[in-house]
Design a protein around this ligand. Sequence first.
Ligand code: FAD
Length: 383
Amino acid sequence: MDFALSDEETQVRDWVRTFVRKEIAPLEPEVLRRERAHLPGLAVDELRELQLKARESGFWGVQTPEEYGGMGLGAVLTALIEAELGRSFVPFRFGGHADNILYYANDEQRERYLLPTIAGERRSCFAISEPGAGSDARAIRATARRDGDDWVINGEKTFITGGNEADFAMVFARTDEGVTCFLADRADGWRSEPIDTMGEWGPAALVFEDVRVPGANVLGEVGKGFDLAMKWIGRGRYLLPARALGACERLVEMAMEHARTRVTFGAPIADRQAIQWMIADSAVEIEALRWLVLHAAWLVDRGADSRHAQSMAKLYGGVKANEIVDRVLQIHGGMGYTRELPVERWYRELRLLRIYEGTDEIQRRTIARNLLKGHARVSGTLG
Ligand SMILES: Cc1cc2nc3c(=O)[nH]c(=O)nc-3n(C[C@H](O)[C@H](O)[C@H](O)COP(=O)(O)OP(=O)(O)OC[C@H]3O[C@@H](n4cnc5c(N)ncnc54)[C@H](O)[C@@H]3O)c2cc1C
């Protein structure tokens, strides 16, 4: 058993750590100021500029295959990168990325959708959730009916990340053959409405009223859309808790710094057992989360069935990150509750981790089913 990072893993991790320290972290005060003014943390051109700067050092398309100009990195490396990015709340991500299911594009779709998305010239969104279908995604009611060579889509989608900015949607609708995924350009006639949330990442409601898309815009096969949706959702569940891992590390470091310097009743609060226990519990949980995330990623890299491990990492990450940020806010006292510090921002943002891409309850359902049906063992992958 080897818990050490390889030279490549150490180098990549250290490069990203330095990039975050030098290029991302200095933007934090401005991002906080903008949030207080209800503005996006990073403007599109600012994000682009940072992405191009990273590209100069080869950081572009972290998981994008090399034949598409990306780095084609594996899951462990990507998890290490996400954890480093998670240490800052600035909403940065590396450029050169396209959703995994866009690689199911045919030759023509590749030119029109996949390649421009990787290049950052087009923006997509993944639209399956509806007002009546979230956890139970099979309950979607949006329809697409054939009309000559075209399809006509009707229905409403909700909580679609990037739906306000996207110029095309990967939208899922019922057809006679089953659920089908369509590439629908905004120019085809769908519209979006922002949904105000407690976090910065405001999703959108999408409305499709007789939106006509060409027959050539079916992604994958007619009636096989649900398989694509599951591939999208399962593309990297370990990445969400990886990002939370970095946030938790940073938050606990902030809490320790505050605890060392904040004096009450003649002594730093770091001297109080009540505070020490919160720090100790958080550190243990961060360590456990680190290994759940890296183990899930390791299984992905080996091509093993990682779904159970990914659900465990996602569930544990969501629950523990929320407990940790709550403790960190508590340690900061009244200051933790203000918008002067990013703690309350993380408090709101990390809450989402327990809801999207499979709620806590849905992860528990998956984990319990796997165990009870004998697909996984309580003794884990070691046997
Ligand atoms: C900010 C944000 C971004 C999102 N981005 C996207 C996106 O890009 N694309 C997209 O398609 N969707 C997106 N979603 C939707 C997200 O995937 C759903 O919100 C999520 O799956 C939960 O569905 P729901 O909100 O309908 O809750 P429901 O499914 O109605 O669940 C309500 C509650 O009941 C629980 N529950 C449901 N079923 C069971 C069960 N069988 N057993 C026990 N408990 C159960 C849930 O865990 C939850 O606590 C996003 C959501 C948010 C908030």
